[in-house]
Design a protein around this ligand. Structure first.
Ligand code: DX5
Ligand code: ZN
Length: 222
């Protein structure tokens, strides 16, 4: 199975929340493929962001690109339903936040969204074993979730390589997404290790020109 098309997914966490609709429109016009929608509950992670009403509101304001919902909440099932109703495209969650990850993945599928699992930097790839052939995406965290603007943890590169080998060996079409500290300096190493989907918050939104920021990332792909 050849590696899939590279995707850039700006994280709204680094956008100006007072002007969120405009920010999302601008970043899509600047060439974003997806919007990465970080949902934090101040319980599973030490920060609080936005919920399904905001996702629905983006849809009502003509945001038609895929919305990649990253749930950093516990438990997950109620919010899975609400986000599916609010226009999410893919929904990923941390397996330790669900009482029954297989059921939560099934629920996402049943509701018409693409299911994925997220692993924190200290969680082993072994956790994926029962699920890997049935999911759309694995999101590997390259920072501990909660805040934008953190530094990429370099030993995650080996984890990416290892997961890429597993995906290729089993001939799967699972997307391999990376989230945390991605920028134009490290995206070459991250993409050559085997990631195909790149979340970037501060590397895009902390830039005056979103087109340049996205182009800078794409120009440095492996
Ligand atoms: C971290 C979030 C990320 C983060 C990415 O908790 O899940 O999506 O906002 O932001 P940067 O690219 O600034 O690390
Ligand atoms: Zn995220």
């Amino acid at each position: 199975m050849p590696k899939q098309k590279n995707i850039i997914a700006p994280s709204i966490l680094s956008a100006d929340f007072a002007r969120l609709g405009e920010e999302v429109t601008n970043v899509v016009e600047a060439g974003a493929d997806w919007i990465h929608f970080d949902v934090m509950d101040n319980h599973f992670v030490p920060n609080l962001t936005v919920g399904p009403m905001v996702c629905e509101s983006l849809r009502k304001n003509n945001i038609s690109c895929p919305i990649d919902v990253h749930l950093m909440v516990q438990p997950v099932d109620d919010l899975i339903k609400m986000f599916a109703d609010s226009g999410a495209t893919s929904i990923t969650f941390h397996p330790e936040a669900s009482n029954d990850p297989a059921k939560s993945l099934e629920l996402i599928k049943k509701l018409g969204c693409q299911p994925g699992l997220v692993l924190n930097p200290d969680i082993s790839l072994d956790v994926l074993d029962p699920y890997l052939s049935d999911i759309y995406m694995v999101l590997l965290m390259s920072v501990f979730p909660g805040f934008g603007g953190q530094k990429f943890i370099p030993n995650v590169l080996d984890k990416i390589k290892n997961l890429r080998q597993q995906i290729d060996k089993k001939n799967l079409e699972v997307r391999l997404e990376i989230d945390g500290g991605v920028n134009s300096e490290n995206i070459f190493d991250i993409s050559s290790a085997g990631a195909d989907t790149f979340v970037a918050g501060s590397a895009i939104f902390n830039n005056e020109n979103y087109s340049n920021a996205i182009k800078n990332l794409r120009d440095n792909f492996f």
